[in-house]
Design a protein around this ligand. Structure first.
Ligand code: OOG
Ligand code: MG
Length: 257
């Protein structure tokens, strides 16, 4: 799209994230289409790389109906993960570093040998070395967590932080594992990996295809978040959060008070 100041829009989103200060939706000021929004996302993440962060993976968003309904956007999207977003399993985050952080249970893949662009994934166990339960911390940079499709794409799909639990070898089936999100020992969300495009393995096909369309080839050794199986819940100061995925185990984080 002609006339969009990609770097300027990315800077605005970057400052919003760095200062934990919400901004208004972009649509009010600039007319963004989806390809332009991915261009803003690339520039936004480039600001992080310029200050020394490394790309370590890709995340999918809105791969489940629960998430689509929660945010009112019904298209699968993808974003970029950097090393600075990774929190060790059981580690702490400071909720005041974010605008309105939410947590959601995810399944993570450790990527291995991926097919050439345009080729289907033959054997999933060749493409993916290991799987793990995960928690994604999302934080929309837009006021009231309200956005359009191009807004959320430009904002790196609300990516803020993520925790990966212990890796396991790829189990025989991933398509119907129970998923729980617990806060302070209480179950707050219940779901199934079936909610993720019917089977989280499908999220990888989508990720390869969609990222490839915008010039990004997934790399061996990268982490891939397949998308939340349930709606996200606000992260309150002092909360202990656990995501439990049947057969895969638990990932956890705590929010400082
Ligand atoms: C957009 C990101 C969605 C997921 O797992 O569906 C996402 C948002 O909800 O703010 O990460
Ligand atoms: Mg997510």
């Amino acid at each position: 799209m002609i006339g969009v100041d990609t770097a300027g829009v990315a800077a605005k989103l970057g400052v919003a994230a760095d200062t934990a200060t919400a901004i208004g939706q972009l649509a009010a000021e600039v007319e963004l289409d989806v390809p332009t929004a991915y261009g803003v996302q690339a520039a936004l993440v480039q600001r992080r790389l310029d200050r020394g962060e490394r790309l370590v993976g890709v995340k999918m968003g809105l791969t489940s109906k629960a998430k689509m309904a929660q945010v009112g956007v019904d298209e699968v999207i993808w974003g970029r993960l950097t090393d600075a977003m990774r929190v060790p399993d059981g580690g702490a985050v400071d909720p005041s570093a974010y605008i309105h952080p939410r947590v959601e249970p995810e399944v993570a893949f450790l990527l291995d040998r991926l097919p050439e662009p345009g080729e289907p994934i033959g054997d999933f166990a060749t493409a993916v070395r290991a799987v793990a339960p995960a928690i994604e911390l999302i934080d929309s940079r837009y006021a009231d967590f309200r956005f359009s499709l191009p807004d959320v794409i430009a904002d790196n799909t609300s990516a803020a932080a993520f925790v990966v639990g212990p890796w396991s070898p790829v189990p025989a089936g991933l398509d119907n594992l129970g998923v729980l999100l617990e806060v302070d020992g209480r179950v707050v969300q219940v779901g199934s990996t079936a909610a993720i495009l019917g089977d989280p393995r499908r999220a990888l096909d989508e990720g390869i295809r969609l990222a490839g369309r915008h010039g990004v080839r997934l790399q061996s050794g990268w982490v891939f978040l397949a998308g939340a199986a349930t709606a996200a819940v606000p992260l309150r100061p002092g909360a202990h959060v656990r995501a439990v995925v049947e057969k895969l185990g638990t990932a956890s984080l705590k929010a400082s008070a």
